[in-house]
Design a protein. Sequence first.
Length: 200
Amino acid sequence: MNTTTHRTDWINKLCASEFNYWFGYPVNLALVVWFASHAFAGGQSQLSILEWLLFLIAGYLVWSTIEYMAHRYIYHAIARFGIGHNLHHQNPTALLGVPWYVTTLVLLGIFYALSWVLDPAPIGVFMAFSWFFYTLGCFLHHWMHRITFNNPVLRLLQEHHLIHHVDPDVNFAVLGPFLDWMLFSGNKTPVSVEFPGERS
């Protein structure tokens, strides 16, 4: 895990805003709906059910890969970009989040740039599903540090992530733990974790 002596005041001001943290959820969901709306004309979908399903799978796989790569090769490898992430490791329940207006502007820029040369319907659906999984990942990650999941799938994801907070050199994926297994970054020895509901 990278360490840094950079000042973190400006990161705190930018990311550690309760309004920024919570307002990001409705903004992100609105973006998902707005992106998906480009697949409809006259109330009819321009894509088949199979295409919607394929874009859902593609959105999950692509976002999971982006999340993994950014987490492992940027946040944990480049000190300057890992400042905010280090704050999360120091205090996992702190309400830290990338400013919603920054991600919104970036996403709109990407969508309009791609729509300039490609059909906006499939672009919109692909970006909708990708951003849906980003938002879902943020939501699940929030609760991973606050409650203990009973659902076996969610508990598996939770344990996988909590191991990362014990050993930050393994288990970088949040939504796609299969990537850690495929890219040899999963924990190879058992790691004992304490679930939030088990804390005294």
